[in-house]
Design a protein around this ligand. Sequence first.
Ligand SMILES: [Zn+2]
Length: 412
Amino acid sequence: MTNKDLFNQVAARLETYQPQMIDLQRELISRNAVGPDHSGPGEGEKAAFLTALLQSWGLQVDNYPAPDDRVAGGERPNLVALVPGKRPEKVWVLSHLDVVPPGDLTLWHSDPYTLKVEGDRLYGRGAEDDHQGIVTSLMAVKAILDQGITPPRTLALALVSDEETGNEKGLAYLLREHPHLFAPEDLIIVPDAGSVDSTLIDVAEKSILWLRLELVGKQCHASRPELGRNTLRAAAHVIVALEELARQFSLENPLFRPPVSTFEPTKKEANVPNINTIPGRDILYLDCRVLPEYELAQVQERVLALGKEAARRFEVKLKVEPVQELPSAPATPVEAPVVQALMRAIREVYGREAKPQGIGGGTVAAFFRQRGLPAAVWMTVSRTAHQPNEFCLLSNLLGDARVLAHVFLEKE
Ligand SMILES: [Zn+2]
């Protein structure tokens, strides 16, 4: 039988799995897996359910738990289930177990922890982020098992904790404590971000630099400005002066969306409590997403120089400190087998040409890329992650499961 015939059989079988996809969403949504950083119970219950499910399919499930006193049982689960292939190289699909809290319940039209089905939409906390990744990868594996196919590569499902709150108890822990699990010749897919038309494959990230700018002047009564040094007025001029950053770091890289570095003033701390006082201290923040072509130290230096020049005119002192400094990991090459295999699968299943791109936000794939493991982030999103009334589309669960199955069955 040709590869194409095998894929067509698996794709047809997946069509009949739609009721199982809904049932799996129902089970996952009903198990609150908010992490302890957000005062939740952690991923234990969801992991226990998935372990039993995968074992009932005849799979061995290994747990690599990260110690964490804040949750019942004292550990955060990180599950790995393998389907042995003809070759030892693996196709990994890494999804995360944890979800963000539902937030303001009055904004939800239904209970966030009870699945609601409405046409093609499946509502509930985690339905998209990241149950979609869990359901599509598990169903693709099950269809291959049920067809009695031994896949060319070994299939590897990773179900990790702590993606929403820093990955220290999840993928970062796995890569640090169990680095032998992953190899550079593996294909690593992270179904946790993408576009609504299925065409965005995320292969790179910008560097992230968060800066805290503290201005110190002199507080006084607002009726006698000549006695003080107004830090809010100085801050306004500093913000305008920093517009110059976009001109000084103006390189464009078409891999990224947007293709330029961005420098956005964001948070501003409260200063004086009353209107008739001139503030003598102001603190504001700058969120910089910088193309990998630039060093973050250069950017910080320019912020200080431009800011100081503006503040000096008001006799206000400026201090600049980094809050977060994350130099970007090397990009996953567009020619990497995982990217090429995804592009072929998306063409076959969705009939569209996928575009490998870089994004401004950090994803868990950066931890793989830092270690020279080529990872690609891809799924078909509904753009409702972290929002009230989060949903995913059943049609996307079917389509994305077929894309993963196509990658699983490729021989090269
Ligand atoms: Zn996610």
